[in-house]
Design a protein around this ligand. Structure first.
Ligand SMILES: *[C@@H]1O[C@H](CO)[C@@H](O)[C@H](O)[C@H]1NC(C)=O
Ligand SMILES: *[C@@H]1O[C@H](CO)[C@@H](O)[C@H](O)[C@H]1NC(C)=O
Length: 230
């Protein structure tokens, strides 16, 4: 704090400011000690995933892996340590988890039941360090169905309502296979499942699709062609 105030006062002498900045950077910003972390992962059902701990503290003797909201024995997946010839498994071991000495956990053929928080505890000579991350597993998306109230409409007379049938919450609309720009005459329902164009105009003629997505994939409905008479 005192140092930044000092550099502000010396703003009139830029080179000194620079010098101070260099000084601050070199000596006063504490080195951002890279924290022991576990990356969260989004995976597709059936994939093999690797949960990987990074910024390993020095002197690690092994790792304990847990699935659940707490680090407790009933959530233990397994323990791997240099002194062990093989991993020790715990109550949450399903036969698909492999803990490695590089701080990673391989989970084969993930299912939605594997979704949740994972904790990795690094075993150090005199302490422990904990990191946690989340695994999300997504089922393949089903193709949404798009239906229109009318596909042959008259310019400036008719309205058209298109409804996207899906159980997915994230929906995009496509017009002629590109992301739709909503004009003044167009309205999306709050849940994005219904698109109303009122009134239709000739430039609205073309192919409409709804697209559903999750963090790992997306899929579109079959196109509905809107024909506008004028
Ligand atoms: C669709 O719109 C056309 C043109 O305006 C109209 O003639 C027809 O009756 C409408 N069809 C339905 C099912 O509403
Ligand atoms: C959309 O596609 C239809 C059919 O190919 C075409 O007639 C129309 O001009 C296209 N509209 C825009 C705005 O690209």
């Amino acid at each position: 704090m005192e140092f930044s105030a000092a550099s502000a006062h010396r703003g009139l002498v830029p080179w000194l400011g620079l010098l101070l900045t260099g000084f601050l950077l070199a000596f006063w910003i504490p080195p951002t000690t890279a924290r022991f972390t576990l990356d969260s992962i989004n995976a597709a059902e059936g994939q093999d995933v690797i949960l990987r701990a990074s910024n390993m503290p020095p002197g690690v003797a092994g790792f304990m892996w847990y699935r659940g909201l707490e680090i407790k024995f009933s959530n233990l997946i397994g323990i791997i340590a240099w002194q062990l010839s093989r991993q020790i498994t715990g109550p949450k071991y399903t036969g698909r988890e492999i803990a490695k000495l590089d701080g990673s956990l391989i989970i084969k053929n993930v299912t939605p039941r594997d979704i949740g928080m994972y904790f990795v505890v690094a075993i150090l000579p005199k302490s422990r360090e904990v990191a946690f991350g989340r695994l999300n597993v997504y089922r393949p998306l089903s193709v949404p169905t798009l239906l229109a109230s009318n596909t042959t409409v008259t310019e400036n007379e008719d309205a058209v309502v298109m409804t996207c049938y899906t159980d997915v919450y994230s929906i995009n609309w496509l017009f002629n296979a590109t992301s739709m720009q909503l004009g003044e005459r167009m309205k999306l329902s709050q849940d994005h499942r219904t698109l109303t164009i009122d009134p239709v105009r000739r430039e609205d003629a073309g192919y409409y699709q709804c697209q559903v997505f999750d963090p790992i994939s997306s899929i579109e409905s079959a196109p509905v062609e809107l024909d506008v008479k004028y």
